[in-house]
Structure formats: structure tokens, C-alpha cells
Design a protein. Structure first.
Lengths: 76, 691
């Protein structure tokens, strides 16, 4: 199992390897800045367990685990 | 209309609205783009900011990218490419100086358009406080466009911006774009094939097509033909290469501006917000604060609006009696007072609740909390298939459906917005309360001991609220999976830095939304009020209440209609009198009380209808002599009102928001059917069980 943003856990940094999928969501994630070689980090998990708060390109973004699982990472 | 049009483009949360408000005084023209619910705002550039020709500023919806990933999101590109309205003469691109790492992506797409572009480098104060270098000169040199530093919230830089705008149009501009290199063969191939579309359109089609979302109306036949020549796999690879290449260019720019090192360590502008979020999105405290804030919003619409509503009703009553004493009794007087003045009152009476709700939504949105509320609630709302943002409108529905339905404007997806709109009228609004109170007060007293001993009045009321809540959720669940089927909307939600809300912007939004309601719904509400008045007043008859015999209202068309419909009302335990009440209450649910009063030939005091309660209790069935109204028929009536969309103002505002009669008519039809069936089940089921 390759590492994904959903499995990263709060704290450590990862580097985006690729965004899986061929749909609008994949394009959206890429355009929001999850392009390969971008550094990302999970800041927080929402009180009910989902979604996640993610730091990418100097801003904070909320994604559900389902979408975050499509972002494959390399651990830093 | 002036000749020159300037489009205002930027990411969400970059102060674009503030800038628009600074540039355009307070004369915005707010509307909608045809076919979608995206708000369209245009204003005239203020003369205060220096001499210039007449210029129209077109405020585009905030967007992270020009790519169309949904129909709503196709609007910015359509406007900027001249497909929607005239091609803009120039663009003001608002960039958040404190977040260039993401903002510059949109900038690169805008430069592909080849329109004269001016950059407003906004929030330079925030950026400097966060230690980010902002150098307009350096950015200007790198981007090859004029750059003006602004702090839109304080109005700083507006004059300089207007001066730069005057110079701008003298500069010719050519489309600029990233160029595919040897590592991007698919992109090179795709762009070559799409070249006939022009630089910007080719790239826009490429990314939009990769997401399978070029809608039919965006693709003109000749464009579609070009697109078909492209192999889908190549198209998808090319789109990814294009996005990566643009971000590579963004990174180059960031390097040159000295931002890269700072961004490597995190989000410099988020340090304060991260600390605030330790509480506001905390696992326990966060939810507690959320409940507190929502209670405040709810209480405010429910009860803070009350004095204003009382004052409006008082003023309408005063106006009505003044007019009738001036005109003397007669048909024309009745038309003016009971039709026109009452109708105007029915419109204005919603203004306090609408203004309060939008004040709160404005405060929550502007401060950045609305995004956190969606973050907290997303898990629950996504189970239902809705966005976290649907929560506030749904909650507001308990107070009044009218502001709640307008409040759905914060929901991005059209289908989800419609699902929420259809759910809201099921929420028991405050106008149903007088009906519940009347029925419970009249019928749930201990004259029928073995029924009412077990059923406390409060429990009945609570039951109605529970029923309405469960029904709204079930309705949403069904709509989301049938006629308005769509995927649970993806959550890609920016959590912007917390900011102090700007009252000026919020005040303006409250004013614009309220004005919009009054203008958009007034005609329908007024017309319905007059129509209802006519139906319940004609034909005229000479007898008056108290002389015995049928009352005026019983002989009216409405009264006759209700008597004809009695066979339909009987199975749900109601008689024609209640039928007239139901008809009259269409103007506003609480009118049931006064209409029933008229039917029983008395002046019913809406706040404490003692006499009416007694009359309802005493009413006998003319054939059997048994009590006409029993707790069971009362329960059936209340259940009917839980479900029935007995509110023309709701229908008027749904028409206004959905731009067609289709949805309000569907709402009326479906809800009336559900109401009838539910009341039938209650009454017939109750009788079968021996009540």
C-alpha cells in the first residue's frame, strides 16, 4: 500500500506523488495545488472524524478522507 | 449602459467584494446569470476616485480556477471570453498578497485570455504582518502587467487603481501561456490540435474536457468537432501536464519573489487562525461553540425579529384603519385595506427576519467561521448527501422558510441547493405555532379524559416539531436519491484566515438581499393576497355576522368551494369551515385563526382567541349532533399543517430563487398530497383504533 494523504496522520509532512482518477475531482485537486512534488501536511481531523484540515501551498484546505485517499504521497 | 466594461476577477476570500464596494459606491445592480444561480453584480465606477470615462465594473464570482468543473463554475470563463455578455475591455485581477502560491495559478489562466489586465495586489498589510515580502515592482516586472498595492478593506489603493486603469487600455496585450517542453509531448500535441480555438479557449477546453464537463451549450459545433479529434487519454494526460506546468511557473515566480522558503515552513498567514481553531474546531469545545452560535442565530430570527414584526403589523393596522376611516365603508375600501395594504404588509413583514439572517450569515462568512461550521458539520450533512453549508438554512427554516430559502444561496451546487429549498418548508416555521396553539388549546383539554390524560399539551406540540424535522430529513434523503439525484458534493473547502468582519460589506449585502426579496417576491404576494380577498369576499351578500344564517364568508366563492369539497375534507376529520380556514391561511398560515373567526362569525383575537377556542369546542355536526372537532380531528389538522405548503410567500420566494414556476408548483402539489395522506392516515387510523 502506497502512502496517501488520508493515511498520513496529523503532523508529518508528505510530498505529493500523484492524484488518482480521471474525473473532475482529480482535476480540481490538481488545480487547488496538489500537483506532484508539492509538500502537504494534515493539520487537524474534524471532531466527527472527517473531514481533514490540510496545509498545502501556504493555505489551509478541508478535504474528506475519501478524496484525500486519492492523493498519493512520498513521506519526507 | 456605458461603453467600457471591466471584469473583476479573483479567488474567493481575497477581498474582491470589498474592492468592488470601494470602487462602486453603493449602486450595484444585482441579478443572476441566466440558467444558473450564480449571482451577477455590476456597478458604475465611482467618480470619487478620480476623473475617468464611465466604466462598468463586472464582479465575477470568486474562483480558484477558470476551468469549468460544474455549470456554475463555467460562468467566469464564459464572461471573460465574451460568451456571456459583451467581451470585457479589461480585467482587474485581485491577488491576495498573502497567498500568492495559490492565487498566481488563476493569474496565469487570466493572462492566457490576452485582455488588458491590471493586478490589484490586495491585503498587502496581512502579507507584511505575516512576514511575506510584497514588492509590487518585482511582481510587475515578472508578470509584465501593471500592479497596484491595495488594502481594499480600508479603501487604500483605490485611487491608484483607477489611475492605472486609465493607462491600461492604451496597452495592447497578447495572450501569454506556459509553453510545453519535451517532457510534455501530450500537451504539445493537444494544443496543436486545439490551436484553432485560440490560446485561452483551447486550454480551457482541454482541462474542462479532461474532467468530462464541457457542457453542451459551451461547445459550439465547430469547437466540439475540434475536440472530438482529440483522443481522451491524451487529453487527460495533457490536462495534467498543463496544470503541472502552470504550477511550475508559479513556483518560479514565488522563488523570484522570495516566498518559497517561507512557505516551506507552513502557512505564514494561518498562525493566528490555527490558534483560534484550537478552540473553534476543537473536538468538544468546537461543537459547544457551534451549538451556541447556532442557538443565537435561531433565537434571533425566532424572537429578536418579533418586536420589528409587531411594529410593522401595528403600522399596517394603523394605515388600514386610517384609510378605511378616510374612504368610508365600501367595496373599494375593502379592496385597498384587505387586499393592497394587507398584501404589502405580507411582504414587508418578512424583512426583519431576512435582514437578521443575512446579517448573521454575513458575519459568519466574512469572519471565516462559516467555513469552520461546514468543516464541523460535514460528516453529518454528507450522510444526507448535502454540503455542510446546508445546515444554517435548514435550521433557519424553523423560524421562517422565506429567509431560509434565500439563505441557500451559500450552497454551491444547484441540485443540492434545490434539495435544501424543498426540505425547508417541511421545517415547522414560527407561523405554524398559532395554529398548533389554537388546536391544542381548543381540543386537547380534559373533556375527553382518557385521551388527554395521557397526552400532555406540550408533548403534542413537541411531537409536531419532531414530525416536521424527521419529515424534512426524509424528504431530503428521498429527493437526493430520486429526482435530484447527484453525488454527495465534494468537499474542497478553503479554511481562510479569521478576519474581523467588515460591517460596511455586510450591511450592503443585507440591503441588497432584502431589496431583492421585496422586488422579486412582492408582485406575487400582493397579487395572491388580492385574489384571496376576492375569493373570500365575492359575491357580496347583505346579511352580517350576528344576524343568524350563513356568514358572508360562507357564501363567498371560497366558502362555496369549501362546501363542495367537504366530501374530501370529511375523511381527514374536517368540515367546510376548516376548509375555508385552510384556503384563507394560504395568504399566511397564521391567518387561519382570523379566517376561522370570520367563518364562525366573530372577531377572533389572534393572540388569545378565547371565544374561537370555545366555538370550535362547541361546534356540533349538524347531522349527528356529535362534536364536530375531536382531539383526533385536531391532530389530523395539525399533521396536515405540518406538511402542507400553505404559504404563498414561500412559493413566491421559491419562484424567485429558482426562476420558474415549476419548482414552487411541484412543492405545493407534493406537499399538499403528503399532507392530505398523512392527515387521512392519522384520522382514519385513529378511528380504526377506537379514538
Amino acid at each position: 500500500m502506497a502512502a496517501t494523504l488520508a493515511g498520513l496522520g496529523v503532523g508529518p509532512r508528505g510530498t505529493v506523488v500523484a492524484v488518482d482518477g480521471d474525473d473532475a475531482m482529480a482535476i480540481r485537486l490538481l488545480e487547488m495545488g496538489f500537483v506532484p512534488e508539492t509538500s502537504v501536511r494534515v493539520v487537524k481531523v474534524a471532531p466527527l472524524g472527517d473531514p481533514l484540515e490540510i496545509q498545502v501551498r501556504g493555505y489551509h484546505l478541508s478535504l474528506r478522507r475519501r478524496e484525500a485517499a486519492r492523493i498519493r504521497l512520498r513521506l519526507e | 449602459m456605458s461603453g467600457i466594461r471591466v471584469a473583476l476577477v479573483g479567488n474567493p476570500n481575497v477581498g474582491k467584494t470589498s474592492l468592488f464596494n470601494v470602487l462602486c459606491d453603493s449602486n450595484a445592480d444585482v441579478g443572476n446569470y441566466a440558467g444558473v444561480t450564480v449571482e451577477r453584480r455590476e456597478g458604475q465606477l465611482s467618480k470619487r476616485l478620480g476623473p475617468h470615462e464611465p466604466i462598468t465594473i463586472v464582479d465575477l464570482p470568486g474562483c480558484y480556477s477558470l476551468t469549468a468543473l460544474s455549470e456554475d463554475e463555467s460562468i467566469p470563463f464564459r464572461v471573460l471570453s465574451g460568451a456571456e455578455g459583451p467581451l470585457p475591455d479589461a480585467i482587474i485581477l485581485v491577488l491576495d498578497a498573502s497567498n500568492l502560491a495559490r492565487n498566481l495559478y488563476l493569474a496565469l489562466q487570466v493572462f492566457e485570455l490576452g485582455l488588458p489586465t491590471l493586478v490589484a495586489l490586495n491585503m498587502v498589510d496581512v502579507a507584511r504582518d505575516a512576514g511575506l515580502p510584497c514588492d509590487a515592482q518585482a511582481l510587475c516586472a515578472r508578470l509584465e502587467v501593471p500592479v497596484v498595492e491595495t488594502v481594499a478593506r480600508e479603501g487604500r489603493g483605490a485611487r491608484e487603481l483607477v489611475a492605472a486603469l486609465a493607462d491600461l487600455r492604451k496597452r495592447a496585450r497578447f495572450p501569454q501561456s506556459v509553453v510545453p517542453g519535451p517532457k510534455e509531448p501530450d500537451l504539445a500535441e493537444a494544443l496543436q490540435r486545439l490551436a484553432p480555438l485560440g490560446v485561452a479557449r483551447a486550454r480551457w477546453f482541454l482541462t474542462s474536457a479532461a474532467a468530462d464537463l464541457v457542457t453542451a451549450r459551451d461547445a459550439q459545433p465547430e469547437h466540439a468537432a475540434v475536440l472530438e479529434r482529440l483522443d481522451p487519454a491524451t487529453c487527460r494526460r495533457a490536462a495534467r501536464q498543463l496544470i503541472a506546468l502552470r504550477y511550475a511557473r508559479v513556483d518560479e515566480l514565488l522563488d523570484a519573489l522570495g516566498h518559497t522558503q517561507l512557505l516551506r515552513d507552513g502557512a505564514p498567514t494561518m498562525s493566528f487562525s490555527t490558534r483560534v481553531d484550537k478552540i473553534l474546531t476543537h473536538r468538544v469545545l468546537g461543537l459547544a461553540v457551534f451549538v451556541g452560535i447556532m442557538s443565537l442565530v435561531f433565537i434571533s430570527i425566532f424572537s429578536w425579529a418579533e418586536p420589528f414584526i409587531g411594529a410593522i403589523e401595528g403600522a399596517i393596522g394603523w394605515l388600514s384603519s386610517t384609510v378605511s376611516s378616510l374612504l368610508g365603508p365600501g367595496l373599494f375600501t375593502d379592496l385597498v385595506t384587505q387586499g393592497v395594504i394587507a398584501g404589502a404588509g405580507n411582504v414587508i413583514v418578512f424583512v426583519p427576519q431576512i435582514a437578521l439572517l443575512f446579517l448573521f450569515i454575513g458575519l459568519l462568512e466574512d469572519s471565516g467561521y462559516l467555513a469552520r461550521a461546514a468543516f464541523l458539520l460535514d460528516r453529518l450533512m454528507s450522510r444526507l448527501g448535502l454540503h455542510g453549508r446546508a445546515f444554517i438554512p435548514l435550521l433557519s427554516g424553523y423560524a421562517c422558510a422565506i429567509p431560509a430559502i434565500m439563505g441557500t444561496r451559500t450552497i454551491g451546487s444547484w441540485k443540492d441547493r434545490l434539495v435544501t429549498i424543498l426540505m425547508i418548508p417541511y421545517m415547522s416555521c414560527s407561523a405554524r405555532l398559532p395554529i398548533y396553539a389554537l388546536v391544542i388549546g381548543a381540543l386537547f383539554v380534559s373533556h375527553d379524559p382518557w385521551f388527554s390524560r395521557a397526552v400532555d399539551q406540550g408533548l403534542v406540540l413537541l411531537g409536531m416539531y419532531l414530525l416536521s424535522t424527521v419529515s424534512a430529513l426524509v424528504a431530503g434523503f428521498i429527493y437526493k436519491r430520486t429526482i435530484l439525484r447527484s453525488e454527495t458534493p465534494p468537499l474542497v473547502l478553503e479554511l481562510p484566515p479569521y478576519r474581523l468582519p467588515r460591517l460596511r460589506n455586510i450591511g450592503r449585502q443585507v440591503y441588497e438581499r432584502t431589496k431583492d426579496f421585496v422586488r422579486g417576491a412582492a408582485t406575487v404576494i400582493l397579487a395572491c393576497t388580492i385574489l384571496l380577498w376576492a375569493v373570500l369576499s365575492f359575491p357580496r351578500s347583505e346579511t352580517h355576522a350576528g344576524e343568524g344564517g350563513p356568514t358572508q364568508i360562507a357564501r363567498s366563492y371560497g366558502g362555496r368551494l369549501a362546501q363542495t369539497l367537504e366530501p374530501v375534507l370529511e375523511p381527514i376529520g374536517q368540515d367546510w369551515r376548516v376548509g375555508v380556514g385552510i384556503l384563507g391561511s394560504f395568504a399566511a398560515r397564521e391567518v387561519l385563526v382570523s379566517t376561522l373567526g370570520l367563518v364562525y362569525g366573530m372577531e377572533a383575537d389572534e393572540d388569545d382567541p378565547v371565544e374561537l377556542r370555545a366555538a370550535i369546542r362547541e361546534a356540533r355536526n349538524p347531522n349527528t349532533g356529535a362534536p364536530q372537532h375531536t382531539p383526533l380531528s385536531g391532530l389530523a389538522l395539525m399533521v396536515f399543517f405540518v406538511y402542507a405548503c400553505q404559504c404563498m410567500s414561500t412559493l413566491a420566494v421559491v419562484r424567485r430563487e429558482t426562476r420558474s414556476w415549476r419548482w414552487p408548483l411541484f412543492m405545493l402539489g407534493s406537499m399538499t398530497l403528503v399532507a392530505y395522506v398523512a392527515a387521512w392516515i392519522v384520522f382514519q387510523g385513529g378511528r380504526a383504533l377506537g379514538f
